[in-house]
Design a protein around this ligand. Structure first.
Ligand code: PGA
Length: 252
């Protein structure tokens, strides 16, 4: 179902006590708020997920992991599985973030496997796609995003696909302070929605949540979120301060 979402991707930041403090602030701000403008998700590092789900249960937000294994269980030292995330009530999981693709060699094939595992265990994948700066300069950014979606999620049947959230994150905008213009974001979100329509039909396409990510902050969120095909944001740096994150939540 298409919804408005603001999700905070904390990446590899925060000590335990800092994480606890940030979660407590978010929890107390969102507590007793039944008519929030969007669904709110926090994606802390995996060691804090259980603490995070405890905070979330007492408040009005949900918890996402930043990564998951494509394997279900067994001899995969260091990995965290979808059933583990499910067993501590994690609702969402980011998949295919450009930092995972770049620094940890995650291939489209691995990402497709991760998406499958998450869906097997009722966790909603937030599937990231987005082009590099060169792709934009060479004007092949549509091809890059098309191929990421085709290889990562278009193998799903339409029932499965209806449980996926897509996040468009141009790599040149991530952590750089150079956000995509609202027009650039809308153009790509429209393109993604059209691709989904070609693959799964208008109804599924119209029901898909597509988030924008890349230097989204309290100053530019409202304009980005007002674009027709932008359903919210995946927020990195600006999700680490409760005040700024909550301003973004209220940007619809
Ligand atoms: P940023 O990161 O908001 O710090 O640019 C977004 C992301 O990588 O999800």
């Amino acid at each position: 179902m298409r919804k408005k979402i603001v999700a905070g991707n904390w990446k590899m930041n925060m000590t335990f006590s800092e994480a606890e403090e940030l979660l407590a602030l978010i929890a107390s701000e969102l507590e007793n708020k039944d008519n929030l403008p969007c669904e709110v998700i926090a994606c802390p590092p995996s060691v804090y997920l259980e603490m995070a789900t405890d905070f979330a249960e007492e408040s009005n937000f949900l918890i996402g992991a930043q990564n998951v294994s494509q394997f279900e269980k067994g001899a995969y030292t260091g990995e965290i599985s979808a059933p583990m995330l499910q067993s501590i009530d994690v609702d969402y999981c980011i998949v295919g973030h450009s930092e995972r693709r770049k620094y940890f060699g995650e291939s489209d094939e691995m990402l497709a496997g991760k998406v499958d595992k998450l869906l097997d265990f009722n966790i909603i994948p937030i599937f990231c796609c987005g082009e590099q700066l060169e792709d934009r300069k060479n004007e092949n950014y549509f091809d890059v995003v098309r191929s990421q979606l085709k290889n990562g999620i278009f193998h799903l049947n339409s029932n499965e696909f209806s449980n996926v959230v897509v996040a468009y994150e141009p790599v040149w905008a991530i952590g750089t302070g150079k956000t995509a213009s609202p027009q650039q974001a809308q153009e790509m979100h429209r393109f993604i929605r059209n691709l989904i329509a070609d693959e799964y039909g208008e109804k599924t396409s119209g029901g898909t949540t597509i988030l924008y990510g890349g230097s989204c902050n309290a100053g530019n969120a409202a304009e980005l979120f007002s674009q027709k095909d932008v359903d919210g944001g995946l927020i990195g740096g600006a999700s680490l301060k409760a005040g700024e994150f909550l301003k973004i939540v209220n940007s619809f």
